[in-house]
Design a protein around this ligand. Structure first.
Ligand SMILES: [Mn+2]
Length: 352
Protein backbone atom coordinates (compact mmCIF):
# COMPACT_ATOMS: atom_id res chain seq x y z
CA UNK A 1 0.00 0.00 0.00
CA UNK A 2 1.27 3.45 -0.90
CA UNK A 3 0.64 6.79 0.73
CA UNK A 4 -0.54 9.67 -1.41
CA UNK A 5 -1.77 13.22 -1.11
CA UNK A 6 -4.58 14.87 -3.07
CA UNK A 7 -3.86 18.34 -4.43
CA UNK A 8 -6.26 20.93 -5.82
CA UNK A 9 -5.50 22.76 -9.03
CA UNK A 10 -4.08 25.87 -7.36
CA UNK A 11 -1.71 23.67 -5.34
CA UNK A 12 0.07 22.09 -8.31
CA UNK A 13 3.47 23.61 -7.63
CA UNK A 14 6.85 22.55 -6.29
CA UNK A 15 6.14 23.79 -2.75
CA UNK A 16 3.12 21.50 -2.44
CA UNK A 17 4.96 18.58 -4.07
CA UNK A 18 7.78 19.00 -1.55
CA UNK A 19 5.23 19.24 1.26
CA UNK A 20 3.77 15.89 0.17
CA UNK A 21 7.21 14.26 0.26
CA UNK A 22 7.94 15.82 3.65
CA UNK A 23 4.76 14.20 4.99
CA UNK A 24 5.88 10.79 3.74
CA UNK A 25 3.73 10.60 0.60
CA UNK A 26 5.13 8.90 -2.48
CA UNK A 27 2.17 9.49 -4.81
CA UNK A 28 -0.14 12.34 -5.80
CA UNK A 29 -3.77 12.47 -6.85
CA UNK A 30 -4.48 15.76 -8.59
CA UNK A 31 -7.54 17.79 -9.45
CA UNK A 32 -7.32 19.65 -12.75
CA UNK A 33 -10.67 21.40 -12.28
CA UNK A 34 -10.42 24.62 -10.29
CA UNK A 35 -13.24 24.54 -7.74
CA UNK A 36 -12.10 27.84 -6.31
CA UNK A 37 -11.20 30.12 -9.21
CA UNK A 38 -14.50 31.88 -9.83
CA UNK A 39 -16.25 31.53 -6.52
CA UNK A 40 -15.99 32.85 -3.00
CA UNK A 41 -14.71 29.56 -1.61
CA UNK A 42 -11.70 30.00 0.68
CA UNK A 43 -8.70 28.36 -0.95
CA UNK A 44 -7.19 27.07 2.27
CA UNK A 45 -9.44 24.04 2.54
CA UNK A 46 -11.98 21.92 0.70
CA UNK A 47 -14.59 23.78 -1.36
CA UNK A 48 -17.83 24.36 0.52
CA UNK A 49 -20.14 25.96 -2.00
CA UNK A 50 -22.70 28.76 -1.71
CA UNK A 51 -25.37 29.79 -4.19
CA UNK A 52 -22.90 29.76 -7.10
CA UNK A 53 -21.70 26.30 -6.17
CA UNK A 54 -18.01 25.73 -6.75
CA UNK A 55 -17.93 28.37 -9.47
CA UNK A 56 -17.46 28.12 -13.20
CA UNK A 57 -16.55 24.95 -15.05
CA UNK A 58 -13.87 25.12 -17.74
CA UNK A 59 -14.31 25.34 -21.51
CA UNK A 60 -16.11 22.50 -23.28
CA UNK A 61 -13.74 22.67 -26.23
CA UNK A 62 -10.49 22.84 -24.25
CA UNK A 63 -9.55 19.30 -23.32
CA UNK A 64 -6.53 18.60 -21.15
CA UNK A 65 -3.63 18.26 -23.57
CA UNK A 66 -0.90 15.64 -23.69
CA UNK A 67 1.63 18.45 -23.24
CA UNK A 68 0.10 19.79 -20.04
CA UNK A 69 -0.37 16.29 -18.61
CA UNK A 70 3.20 15.38 -19.50
CA UNK A 71 4.75 18.50 -18.04
CA UNK A 72 2.70 18.13 -14.85
CA UNK A 73 3.89 14.55 -14.52
CA UNK A 74 7.50 15.58 -15.13
CA UNK A 75 7.32 18.28 -12.44
CA UNK A 76 5.85 15.77 -10.01
CA UNK A 77 8.51 13.17 -10.86
CA UNK A 78 11.23 15.81 -10.46
CA UNK A 79 10.03 16.32 -6.89
CA UNK A 80 10.45 12.59 -6.23
CA UNK A 81 6.77 11.64 -6.51
CA UNK A 82 4.55 9.58 -8.80
CA UNK A 83 1.34 10.87 -10.38
CA UNK A 84 -1.22 8.16 -9.57
CA UNK A 85 -4.51 9.71 -10.61
CA UNK A 86 -6.43 12.63 -12.01
CA UNK A 87 -9.54 13.11 -9.89
CA UNK A 88 -12.79 14.26 -11.56
CA UNK A 89 -13.74 15.31 -15.04
CA UNK A 90 -14.39 18.95 -15.71
CA UNK A 91 -18.19 19.40 -15.79
CA UNK A 92 -17.65 21.36 -19.02
CA UNK A 93 -16.39 18.17 -20.64
CA UNK A 94 -19.31 15.89 -19.81
CA UNK A 95 -22.41 17.83 -18.69
CA UNK A 96 -24.52 16.35 -21.47
CA UNK A 97 -23.30 12.85 -20.58
CA UNK A 98 -24.68 13.39 -17.08
CA UNK A 99 -27.80 15.17 -18.34
CA UNK A 100 -28.40 13.08 -21.48
CA UNK A 101 -28.31 16.28 -23.51
CA UNK A 102 -27.78 17.02 -27.22
CA UNK A 103 -23.96 17.16 -27.01
CA UNK A 104 -23.69 13.76 -25.35
CA UNK A 105 -22.10 11.87 -28.25
CA UNK A 106 -19.53 14.58 -28.90
CA UNK A 107 -18.70 14.76 -25.20
CA UNK A 108 -18.31 10.98 -24.95
CA UNK A 109 -15.79 11.22 -27.82
CA UNK A 110 -13.99 14.01 -25.94
CA UNK A 111 -13.87 11.90 -22.77
CA UNK A 112 -12.34 9.06 -24.80
CA UNK A 113 -9.70 11.49 -26.02
CA UNK A 114 -8.94 12.50 -22.43
CA UNK A 115 -8.62 8.87 -21.35
CA UNK A 116 -6.28 8.12 -24.27
CA UNK A 117 -4.15 11.10 -23.35
CA UNK A 118 -3.82 9.91 -19.76
CA UNK A 119 -2.71 6.56 -21.17
CA UNK A 120 -0.16 8.22 -23.43
CA UNK A 121 1.43 9.87 -20.43
CA UNK A 122 1.07 6.75 -18.23
CA UNK A 123 -1.26 8.19 -15.62
CA UNK A 124 -2.88 4.99 -14.35
CA UNK A 125 -6.18 6.18 -12.85
CA UNK A 126 -8.98 8.61 -13.66
CA UNK A 127 -11.37 9.17 -10.77
CA UNK A 128 -14.91 10.29 -11.53
CA UNK A 129 -18.16 11.03 -9.74
CA UNK A 130 -21.22 10.31 -11.89
CA UNK A 131 -23.51 12.75 -10.14
CA UNK A 132 -25.86 15.50 -11.28
CA UNK A 133 -26.08 17.43 -8.00
CA UNK A 134 -22.55 16.59 -6.83
CA UNK A 135 -21.52 17.46 -3.30
CA UNK A 136 -24.36 19.41 -1.68
CA UNK A 137 -26.15 19.86 1.63
CA UNK A 138 -22.99 20.58 3.57
CA UNK A 139 -22.93 22.65 6.74
CA UNK A 140 -19.77 24.12 8.25
CA UNK A 141 -18.93 24.68 11.92
CA UNK A 142 -16.46 24.02 14.73
CA UNK A 143 -17.54 20.38 14.83
CA UNK A 144 -14.21 18.56 15.16
CA UNK A 145 -11.96 18.00 18.17
CA UNK A 146 -10.62 21.20 19.71
CA UNK A 147 -13.31 23.23 17.92
CA UNK A 148 -11.65 22.67 14.55
CA UNK A 149 -13.78 23.92 11.68
CA UNK A 150 -15.24 21.01 9.81
CA UNK A 151 -18.13 20.10 7.55
CA UNK A 152 -21.18 17.96 8.09
CA UNK A 153 -24.77 17.51 7.10
CA UNK A 154 -28.06 18.39 8.81
CA UNK A 155 -30.75 17.21 6.45
CA UNK A 156 -31.05 17.19 2.70
CA UNK A 157 -30.84 20.26 0.47
CA UNK A 158 -34.02 20.24 -1.66
CA UNK A 159 -33.16 23.32 -3.73
CA UNK A 160 -33.54 22.36 -7.39
CA UNK A 161 -30.45 22.57 -9.58
CA UNK A 162 -30.66 25.62 -11.90
CA UNK A 163 -30.26 25.14 -15.65
CA UNK A 164 -26.65 25.63 -16.71
CA UNK A 165 -25.30 23.96 -13.56
CA UNK A 166 -24.24 20.40 -12.99
CA UNK A 167 -22.12 18.76 -10.31
CA UNK A 168 -22.18 22.02 -8.37
CA UNK A 169 -20.47 24.02 -11.10
CA UNK A 170 -21.79 26.42 -13.73
CA UNK A 171 -21.11 25.20 -17.27
CA UNK A 172 -23.39 27.72 -19.00
CA UNK A 173 -23.65 31.13 -17.38
CA UNK A 174 -26.14 32.22 -20.05
CA UNK A 175 -28.59 29.37 -19.53
CA UNK A 176 -32.25 30.43 -19.40
CA UNK A 177 -34.01 30.62 -16.04
CA UNK A 178 -35.41 27.34 -14.84
CA UNK A 179 -34.36 24.15 -13.12
CA UNK A 180 -33.28 20.67 -14.13
CA UNK A 181 -36.11 18.17 -14.58
CA UNK A 182 -36.34 15.46 -11.95
CA UNK A 183 -35.40 12.00 -13.22
CA UNK A 184 -35.60 8.49 -11.78
CA UNK A 185 -32.80 6.40 -10.29
CA UNK A 186 -33.15 3.93 -13.14
CA UNK A 187 -32.68 6.67 -15.70
CA UNK A 188 -29.44 7.74 -13.98
CA UNK A 189 -28.21 4.12 -13.95
CA UNK A 190 -29.03 3.91 -17.65
CA UNK A 191 -26.87 6.99 -18.28
CA UNK A 192 -24.01 5.52 -16.24
CA UNK A 193 -24.28 2.28 -18.19
CA UNK A 194 -23.95 4.16 -21.48
CA UNK A 195 -20.95 6.09 -20.19
CA UNK A 196 -19.18 2.91 -19.03
CA UNK A 197 -19.97 1.06 -22.24
CA UNK A 198 -18.45 3.86 -24.30
CA UNK A 199 -15.42 4.59 -22.13
CA UNK A 200 -14.26 1.31 -20.64
CA UNK A 201 -12.96 -0.32 -23.85
CA UNK A 202 -10.92 2.81 -24.50
CA UNK A 203 -9.70 2.88 -20.91
CA UNK A 204 -8.63 -0.78 -21.10
CA UNK A 205 -6.72 -0.17 -24.29
CA UNK A 206 -5.07 2.94 -22.83
CA UNK A 207 -4.12 1.18 -19.58
CA UNK A 208 -6.22 3.59 -17.51
CA UNK A 209 -8.60 2.60 -14.72
CA UNK A 210 -11.86 4.51 -14.34
CA UNK A 211 -12.52 4.82 -10.62
CA UNK A 212 -15.99 5.70 -9.33
CA UNK A 213 -16.49 7.79 -6.20
CA UNK A 214 -19.69 7.03 -4.25
CA UNK A 215 -22.23 9.82 -3.76
CA UNK A 216 -21.23 12.27 -1.06
CA UNK A 217 -23.42 12.82 0.86
CA UNK A 218 -24.99 9.37 0.38
CA UNK A 219 -28.75 9.88 0.38
CA UNK A 220 -31.30 8.78 -2.24
CA UNK A 221 -31.82 12.27 -3.66
CA UNK A 222 -30.08 15.62 -3.26
CA UNK A 223 -31.42 18.82 -4.79
CA UNK A 224 -34.23 16.63 -6.18
CA UNK A 225 -31.77 14.62 -8.30
CA UNK A 226 -31.20 10.88 -7.80
CA UNK A 227 -27.92 9.48 -6.50
CA UNK A 228 -26.28 6.29 -7.78
CA UNK A 229 -24.15 4.85 -4.98
CA UNK A 230 -25.70 5.83 -1.65
CA UNK A 231 -25.62 2.40 0.03
CA UNK A 232 -22.69 -0.04 0.02
CA UNK A 233 -24.46 -2.67 -2.14
CA UNK A 234 -24.86 -0.14 -4.94
CA UNK A 235 -21.12 -0.24 -5.53
CA UNK A 236 -21.62 -3.92 -6.44
CA UNK A 237 -24.28 -2.96 -8.94
CA UNK A 238 -21.79 -0.56 -10.54
CA UNK A 239 -19.12 -3.29 -10.75
CA UNK A 240 -21.59 -5.83 -12.10
CA UNK A 241 -22.82 -3.37 -14.73
CA UNK A 242 -19.66 -3.87 -16.77
CA UNK A 243 -17.10 -6.67 -16.40
CA UNK A 244 -14.19 -4.64 -17.76
CA UNK A 245 -11.09 -4.77 -15.54
CA UNK A 246 -10.90 -0.99 -15.97
CA UNK A 247 -14.22 -0.63 -14.11
CA UNK A 248 -12.86 0.29 -10.69
CA UNK A 249 -13.68 2.18 -7.49
CA UNK A 250 -12.44 5.42 -5.95
CA UNK A 251 -13.13 3.94 -2.56
CA UNK A 252 -14.16 6.73 -0.17
CA UNK A 253 -14.18 5.34 3.37
CA UNK A 254 -15.78 8.47 4.85
CA UNK A 255 -18.69 8.39 2.41
CA UNK A 256 -19.18 4.64 2.94
CA UNK A 257 -19.20 5.22 6.71
CA UNK A 258 -21.92 7.87 6.27
CA UNK A 259 -24.22 5.25 4.67
CA UNK A 260 -27.05 3.84 6.77
CA UNK A 261 -26.78 0.21 5.63
CA UNK A 262 -24.06 -2.39 5.97
CA UNK A 263 -21.06 -2.91 8.22
CA UNK A 264 -18.17 -0.73 7.07
CA UNK A 265 -15.48 -3.35 7.77
CA UNK A 266 -17.42 -5.99 5.85
CA UNK A 267 -17.74 -3.48 3.00
CA UNK A 268 -13.98 -2.83 2.97
CA UNK A 269 -13.43 -6.59 3.04
CA UNK A 270 -15.87 -7.28 0.21
CA UNK A 271 -14.55 -4.72 -2.27
CA UNK A 272 -10.86 -5.11 -1.50
CA UNK A 273 -11.17 -8.90 -1.88
CA UNK A 274 -12.57 -8.38 -5.38
CA UNK A 275 -9.52 -6.32 -6.34
CA UNK A 276 -11.76 -3.51 -7.55
CA UNK A 277 -10.32 -0.65 -5.53
CA UNK A 278 -8.20 1.72 -7.64
CA UNK A 279 -7.39 4.07 -4.77
CA UNK A 280 -8.73 4.97 -1.36
CA UNK A 281 -9.98 8.17 0.29
CA UNK A 282 -9.53 8.03 4.06
CA UNK A 283 -11.70 10.27 6.21
CA UNK A 284 -13.36 9.77 9.55
CA UNK A 285 -16.84 10.89 10.58
CA UNK A 286 -19.41 10.68 13.36
CA UNK A 287 -23.06 9.96 12.63
CA UNK A 288 -24.72 8.90 9.40
CA UNK A 289 -26.38 10.64 6.48
CA UNK A 290 -28.33 12.86 6.62
CA UNK A 291 -26.82 13.86 9.99
CA UNK A 292 -23.07 13.52 10.32
CA UNK A 293 -19.87 15.44 10.98
CA UNK A 294 -16.41 15.05 9.51
CA UNK A 295 -13.76 14.46 12.19
CA UNK A 296 -10.01 14.01 12.53
CA UNK A 297 -8.82 10.69 11.12
CA UNK A 298 -8.17 9.19 14.58
CA UNK A 299 -11.31 10.54 16.21
CA UNK A 300 -14.56 9.35 14.62
CA UNK A 301 -16.79 6.29 14.34
CA UNK A 302 -14.33 4.50 12.04
CA UNK A 303 -11.45 2.42 13.37
CA UNK A 304 -9.01 3.45 10.67
CA UNK A 305 -6.39 0.98 11.87
CA UNK A 306 -8.86 -1.83 11.24
CA UNK A 307 -9.73 -0.47 7.77
CA UNK A 308 -6.06 -0.32 6.80
CA UNK A 309 -5.36 -3.79 8.14
CA UNK A 310 -8.23 -5.26 6.07
CA UNK A 311 -6.88 -3.53 2.95
CA UNK A 312 -3.38 -4.88 3.68
CA UNK A 313 -4.65 -8.41 4.33
CA UNK A 314 -6.41 -8.39 0.96
CA UNK A 315 -3.19 -7.27 -0.74
CA UNK A 316 -4.45 -3.86 -1.75
CA UNK A 317 -1.32 -2.31 -3.23
CA UNK A 318 -2.76 0.97 -4.51
CA UNK A 319 -2.64 4.45 -3.04
CA UNK A 320 -4.44 5.73 0.05
CA UNK A 321 -4.89 9.49 0.45
CA UNK A 322 -6.47 11.61 3.18
CA UNK A 323 -9.84 12.73 1.76
CA UNK A 324 -10.34 16.01 3.54
CA UNK A 325 -9.65 16.98 7.13
CA UNK A 326 -10.92 19.51 9.66
CA UNK A 327 -9.11 22.86 9.50
CA UNK A 328 -6.50 23.20 12.21
CA UNK A 329 -6.14 26.48 14.12
CA UNK A 330 -2.97 27.92 12.64
CA UNK A 331 -1.69 29.92 9.69
CA UNK A 332 -1.88 26.88 7.37
CA UNK A 333 -5.07 24.97 8.23
CA UNK A 334 -5.03 22.74 5.14
CA UNK A 335 -1.35 21.82 5.48
CA UNK A 336 -1.64 21.08 9.18
CA UNK A 337 -4.71 18.91 8.67
CA UNK A 338 -3.05 16.92 5.91
CA UNK A 339 0.24 16.55 7.79
CA UNK A 340 -1.67 15.22 10.79
CA UNK A 341 -3.65 12.72 8.69
CA UNK A 342 -0.59 11.58 6.73
CA UNK A 343 1.43 11.14 9.91
CA UNK A 344 -1.34 8.99 11.35
CA UNK A 345 -1.59 6.85 8.19
CA UNK A 346 2.17 6.44 8.01
CA UNK A 347 2.33 5.35 11.64
CA UNK A 348 -0.40 2.76 11.18
CA UNK A 349 1.08 1.37 7.95
CA UNK A 350 4.54 1.02 9.49
CA UNK A 351 3.06 -1.39 12.01
CA UNK A 352 1.17 -3.56 9.47
MN1 LIG B 1 -14.08 11.10 -0.96
Amino acid sequence: MKIGLGLYRHQLDRAHFDFARQCGATHLVVHLVDYFGHSDNPRDNQPTGGAGGWGRAGQASQLWTVEELRSLKQEINAAGLELEAIENFDPAHWYDVLLDGPRKQQQLENLKTIVRRLGQVSIPVLGYNFSIAGVASRVTGPFARGHAMSVGMDGVDETPVPLGMVWNMVYDADAPAGTLPEISHEELWRRLGGFLKALLPVAEEAGVKLAAHPDDPPVPRVRRQPRLVYQPDMYQRLIDLNPSPANMLEFCVGTLAEMTEGDLYEVVERYSRQGRIAYVHLRNITGQAPHYRETFIDDGDVDMTRVLSILARNDFDGVVIPDHTPQMSCAAPWHAGMAHALGFIQGVLKRQ
